[in-house]
Ligand binder design. Sequence first.
Ligand code: FAD
Length: 240
Amino acid sequence: TREWPYGTAIRTYWPSPRHAEPWLESALDVKDRNGNPMPGYGWIFPVGDGTVNIGVGALSTMKGFRKLNLNTLLDQYAAIVREPWGLGAFTDKPRAWRLPMSCTRRHGPGWVAIGDAAGFINPMNGEGIDYGLESGMLAVEQFLADPATAPAEYDRIVGERFDGFLRTGRRFSFLIGHPWLLRTGLRVAVGTQAAADITLAVMGNLVDGSTPDAAGRTLRVADRVLRVADPVLRRTRPRS
Ligand SMILES: Cc1cc2nc3c(=O)[nH]c(=O)nc-3n(C[C@H](O)[C@H](O)[C@H](O)COP(=O)(O)OP(=O)(O)OC[C@H]3O[C@@H](n4cnc5c(N)ncnc54)[C@H](O)[C@@H]3O)c2cc1C
């Protein structure tokens, strides 16, 4: 929706001679065959079994999202990486899912929502596995400690741990919904080694609001700036 951003992503597995390499590759500016920017990002990582995982994702706040065809976006990204990765034929039909980034209710009498069901996906990088594991473990701990108070306690703890950071992420998604800000931001994000290190830390989910290093400090500043800018960013977001 316009108020509550979400993502969509698609992935498939492709045979590649580079299936056992230690590096993954990510593209923050996917372009079509004519060099026009497409709304979304792409990744490719070696699986080690003769294949690589290749996929693309997009945020609902991005310009052009409503008309976006994920299969087409995947084709465009595959065309970029086909040669360097020596991609063969598909072994797997591409599959797409939604990436929920918010929820209206995550606990009630006798139940709690964890992982994607609770909207625990980081809008800055589309990652949700670690939040799924962490929230699942928290839920188990609380139910083992006291089933009666577990739902409310769980809600309080995940709120303290994740809500602020994920709110920053949702605000960030409105920022990159502005194509000009996205283009400028991308240039800054990889413009120097120091900036690229911070971008990598954020993309790799290695940082949150309490991380003490430069990436953590950047995130805390971004949080304050985005809090102020959020209403304007939402109001001025281009219709997709
Ligand atoms: C293409 C793609 C790539 C991604 N890449 C990454 C990544 O690199 N890193 C990362 O951290 N995150 C990634 N994510 C996000 C990540 O996959 C999810 O955040 C994570 O899997 C959430 O875990 P979950 O257990 O909450 O939900 P799910 O993994 O969706 O598990 C829910 C399970 O419940 C089952 N289920 C649903 N309804 C019922 C029912 N009624 N009865 C019984 N079972 C039911 C489903 O079949 C499913 O198996 C990616 C997502 C997509 C779509």
